[in-house]
Write a protein that binds this ligand. Structure first.
Ligand code: BTN
Length: 319
């Protein structure tokens, strides 16, 4: 029914139509019309409304058109299988299910909205309708499960490069794989692995990029720590960002299979926004402060403290 209201408003674009007219045309109550309009507004549709005049559609959010992405993305296999969902709990959860039943490498699952978007360390990830890119990529790499954390570093490098190409030139990586602009998070990456001791069955790489999210949409606790393309005053279409990200991801993925991870570790350091800065580390068993000075060959963060150099294998780091 919501789609019917949208179609009706689109057919009368630029014109005010009363709630009464819509309710009669579609055979629903005026209260139902009002409720659907409220949801559409929350989804980014700009609908002007006045008690006497009714409703007028002024602007629609840019939705992803999978056929266009598939046709335009310059990749061999990333994004060539594309599952587009309007709403889901988490694209990672969905991608794991289809990977279990054999979905091929390079399959992308993208949702306009996630109701249960997940982040690292069991955190939730805000993913409102059409305000960002919330998607998961299925990979079936042939290397050992031990290497998977480096695959996450590779993703951070690839996405950072893509964002630079899309005009967000000041973003950099916070260990292990958040992407920040002016110390606020614009991208989160959640890599999930299904493997036996010696063989990876599949990896689901979940990526969340804040695009048109505004400060008003953020809950209080996120206002200080989250940003988006829009909040940084960088204009870019979601479709263009998605294509660029998939192209960079495939480029780096192929390069890793040919040359290993060593060049990625070097690039990661160059693209990091935390090298030589004072950081606070929340490791599994303790919290300590020091200066981030590098990455070792396994992708662990090296932090110089007054007791010597510490190696951070897992946890969280604050700049
Ligand atoms: C983090 O910030 O800790 C990682 C966030 C990862 C979010 C993305 S959005 C698409 C995919 N689906 C999820 O539920 N999470 C990832």
């Amino acid at each position: 029914m919501r789609q019917d209201i949208l179609d009706y408003l689109t057919a009368h674009e630029g014109e005010f139509v009363s709630g009464q007219r819509i309710s009669e045309a579609l055979g629903i109550s005026r209260t139902a019309v009002w409720k659907h309009i409220k949801v559409l507004k929350a989804r980014g549709y700009v609908i002007e409304s006045y008690t006497k005049k009714g409703y007028c559609l002024r602007e629609a959010p840019e939705l992803i058109v999978p056929e266009k992405i598939k046709a335009q993305v310059q990749t061999e296999f990333f994004g060539k299988q594309f599952i587009y969902l309007e709403k889901i709990d988490s694209t990672n959860t969905y991608a794991k299910k289809i990977a279990d039943s054999g979905a091929p490498e390079g399959t992308v699952v993208l949702a306009e909205e996630q109701r249960g978007g997940r982040g690292r360390l069991d955190r939730s990830f805000l993913s409102p309708f059409a305000q960002g890119l919330w998607f998961s990529l299925i990979l079936r790499p042939s290397f050992s499960p031990m290497e998977v954390s480096k695959l996450t570093l590779m993703a951070a490098v690839a996405v950072t490069k893509a964002l630079h190409r899309c005009g967000l030139t000041e973003c950099g990586i916070k260990w292990p794989n958040d992407i920040l602009v002016h110390d606020k998070k614009v991208v989160g990456i959640l890599t999930e692995l299904h493997a036996s001791a010696e063989k990876i069955n599949y990896v689901v790489m979940g990526i969340g990029i804040n695009v048109s999210l505004t400060k008003k949409m953020l809950p209080r606790e996120l206002k200080r720590i989250v940003t988006s393309f829009a909040m940084e005053n960088v204009e870019a279409l979601r479709a263009d960002i998605l294509k660029t990200v998939l192209e960079e991801l495939e480029h780096y993925y192929i390069s890793v299979s040919e040359n290993g991870f060593a060049p990625i570790i070097e690039e990661w350091k160059v693209l990091s926004c935390m090298m030589n800065r004072e950081v606070e580390v929340s490791a599994i068993d303790r919290i300590f402060k020091g200066k981030a000075v590098g990455l070792d060959e396994d992708g662990n963060l090296l932090v110089e403290t007054n007791k010597g150099t510490e190696r951070v294998l897992a946890g969280d780091v604050h700049v």
